[in-house]
Write a protein that binds this ligand. Structure first.
Ligand code: ZN
Length: 198
């Protein structure tokens, strides 16, 4: 575990490394951004979007929240989606969940976390919708993994059904929407689905 002073020292090292590779790195970065990807992921400390994908500053526009949700009534995530699609003109929206997601597990159990449980009601609804399929799985870990996947697919659907994406599909034939899951035990990303512009 790093103390906060270690984080500040590491930042100085990071700046030095970037400048050694490219003296104009920060000058260029300050000019503006035109990322190709919007990443919607979980806040979990083990799934850092840039590290997982070998991305550099400027590559990904990122939104992370507990359990990578894009509820149709959530002003926060939808504002990010709108800015990324309308203004930044991203070509791809990636919704990435992960096995072992504490948010998804919390949604499977009885709530005792107040606000967070209200947020996770979106997943609890999904659990009820798929109750028969999930009940057929023989242990909690398998039900958990499956619910992680179902949640990613539902968030892909929420993004695809949004007015923001419909407009961009009709007018500009983008973005593609992807549903991925990270396996924490191996580090690999798994593709669940891709939706092409319609
Ligand atoms: Zn998570």
């Amino acid at each position: 575990m790093q103390t906060y002073r270690n984080l500040l020292a590491a930042n100085k090292d990071w700046v030095r490394t970037k400048l050694e590779l490219r003296p104009d790195f920060f000058k260029d970065l300050a000019q503006g951004q035109s990322p190709e990807f919007l990443w919607i992921g979980c806040s979990d400390s083990r799934v850092p979007a840039e590290d997982l994908t070998g991305s550099q500053p400027g590559d990904l526009f990122v939104h992370r929240n507990v359990a990578n949700l894009v509820p149709e009534s959530d002003v926060n995530s939808l504002s990010v989606l709108q800015f990324a699609v309308d203004r930044l003109k991203v070509k791809h929206v990636i919704v990435c969940g992960h096995y072992g997601c504490g948010g998804v597990l919390q949604a499977m159990r009885h709530g005792d976390l107040g606000l967070l449980d209200a947020w996770l009601a979106n997943i609890r609804t999904l659990y009820v919708e798929h109750a028969a399929e999930l009940a057929a799985l023989d242990d909690e870990t398998r039900r958990w993994d499956r619910l992680v996947e179902l949640n990613v697919r539902r968030q892909v659907r929420n993004v695809a059904d949004s007015a923001i994406v419909h407009k961009a599909w009709q007018e500009e034939g983008r973005p593609f929407i992807h549903g991925w899951v990270c396996d924490l035990k191996t580090g690999y990303l798994k593709e669940l689905e891709t939706r092409a512009p319609q």
